[in-house]
Design a protein around this ligand. Structure first.
Ligand code: HEM
Length: 214
């Protein structure tokens, strides 16, 4: 492919940031499922031993939260709801057939939902995780508060797992998307088809240097 057919979507630091979040997510998800279901106890070994998993799981969780916050502050503006989103949502059946509708900007409505669901569940996971974190913080809370925090922690973990499964499915199913997060670029055709308004903004700002993103 000719280089000018490519548009940069993510810089190297952005991609490293994203993959740190993804790596931490895999570790906390597997070890968390290991704590939760006796038949999945063996999953705790992703963090070494079951004892080590108990110690490391909250630290890896905090690392994921901090890394995600960097993404949050970088992308929140692009994920604000817009009038165009309504058209996208109304035509979700067409999207499922790989058609595009509306004048989508940098992110579509589906991506925006993933973004906000992720930040809400991560905040809930962090807050409830602190309440149940032994030996550091749990002692400071009453038993009913700890019980409530355990429910909040489990429910938000399930929500985040489902949301990220949708995110991964979409990233692999929409052809040409994965290169954005692996190598940093997308093709002009991909941008024009899936994010026409973002494509025009890139071209308007850098008609010569077409590979840079705004
Ligand atoms: C193996 C797992 C994952 C894969 C394959 C994956 C793939 C991708 C891809 C291809 C993109 C670029 C999409 C685009 O620019 O149109 C992306 C963006 C993004 N990913 Fe992931 N991802 C994974 C895990 C995660 C996790 C665990 C989180 C958060 C908890 C996450 C949060 C995000 C965010 C916030 C964006 C920017 C899109 C937006 O702001 O709406 N990803 N991911």
């Amino acid at each position: 492919m000719k280089k000018h057919d490519r548009i940069q979507r993510y810089s190297a630091p952005e991609r490293i940031n994203h993959w740190i979040v993804a790596f931490c997510f895999v570790l906390v998800t597997l070890s968390g499922l290991g704590f939760f279901f006796p038949s999945f106890n063996w999953l705790m070994h992703v963090l070494g031993t079951p004892q080590l998993a108990r110690i490391l799981h909250p630290f890896v969780g905090v690392m994921m939260f901090v890394a995600f916050m960097l993404m949050f502050f970088r992308y929140w503006r692009h994920n604000l709801p817009e009038r165009q989103d309504l058209e996208w949502a109304k035509n979700i059946h067409k999207i499922a057939q790989n058609e595009e509708v509306g004048d989508t900007g940098r992110y579509n409505f589906g991506q925006k939902c993933v973004f906000w669901a992720a930040i809400i569940s991560l905040v809930l996971l962090l807050a409830s995780g602190i309440v149940i974190w032994r030996p550091y913080f749990a002692g400071a809370f009453a038993i009913p508060v700890i019980r409530l925090a355990l429910v909040v922690h489990s429910v938000s973990a399930v929500i985040l797992i489902i949301v990220i499964m949708v995110h991964i499915y979409a990233a692999l199913w929409v052809k040409g998307t994965i290169t954005a997060m692996v190598e940093g670029w997308v093709t002009s055709a991909w941008a024009k088809h899936h994010h026409p308004r973002w494509y025009r903004a890139v071209r308007e700002r850098q008609p010569e240097q077409q590979e840079k993103r705004p």
